[in-house]
Design a protein around this ligand. Structure first.
Ligand SMILES: O=C(O)c1cccc(C(=O)CC[C@H]2O[C@@H](n3cnc4c(=O)[nH]cnc43)[C@H](O)[C@@H]2O)c1
Length: 216
């Protein structure tokens, strides 16, 4: 069995993780921004490792994220308890309908729109990162940028702590490969009206480096 695979969206996140690793058997690879490219690239990495007889023991989606104010603040570290495809579904006059409630055959959904984190992997990460905030992490294809959208997401997902763009894609790849999945995020900005001045990317990348020893 090979070690842990950690996938990030961009090289800067991968560099931040590598800078803090203490277990150098961990593989860290940037796979791109957004659920589709992250999922496809992760699936290929998992398949190639398995075909070579060296399957990864687990895969972690790591990187920066937006935090729901009051639940996860800028600079905080978050461990996902589940990955939720927050904009996978249908818009209707009565509001958003999640993909799992559209009445499609389950076989056509594969794994559905909510993927729980592997319990034992999460327990190990929580033991190594006791100060981390835990809760569902939303995956979106469009970064939330208005008060109305933020309020809607809070209403639909009252337990969600953060929003990012890759976790669900990585979780689907992991589920289809039968590999445990977890998501580790550090908060770079509050979710809300678009405000690039509110970004604290350097702080969030430093927090990734601080959290990296837990990846082993
Ligand atoms: O231009 C903007 O207003 C803007 C605001 C927040 C994030 C972005 C990104 O392009 C981030 C993409 C990248 O970083 C992750 N990330 C970080 N914060 C968030 C967020 O609030 N919502 C969703 N994704 C976020 C994400 O995983 C991507 O890899 C632009």
């Amino acid at each position: 069995m090979t070690g842990l695979l950690v996938v990030t969206a961009v090289p800067a996140e991968a560099d931040a993780v590598r800078a803090g690793l203490t277990d150098h058997t961990v593989t860290v690879t940037p796979v791109g921004v957004g659920p589709a490219v992250a999922g496809a690239a992760t699936a290929r990495l998992l398949a190639l490792a398995e075909a070579a007889g060296r399957p990864y023991r687990a895969v972690i989606s790591a990187g920066v994220a937006g935090g729901f104010t009051g639940r996860a603040e800028v600079g905080d570290t978050v461990l996902g308890t589940a990955s939720i495809a927050a904009d996978l579904g249908a818009e209707s006059p009565d509001g958003f309908i999640p993909v799992d409630e559209l009445g499609m055959p389950p076989a056509m959904l594969g794994v559905g729109g909510v993927l729980p984190t592997d319990a034992s992997l999460l327990a190990a990460l929580r033991a190594a990162l006791p100060a981390a905030t835990t809760g569902p992490v939303l995956t979106v294809s469009t970064v939330t940028g208005t008060e109305a959208s933020t309020d809607e997401l809070r209403r639909r997902h009252p337990e969600a702590v953060a929003e990012a763009m890759e976790g669900y894609g990585v979780a689907v790849a992991a589920a289809q490969a039968g590999v445990p999945f977890a998501e580790l995020r550090t908060i770079s900005n509050p979710i809300g009206p678009r405000d690039r001045d509110a970004w604290r990317l350097r702080e969030a990348l430093a927090a990734l480096t601080t959290a990296a020893p837990a990846l082993r």
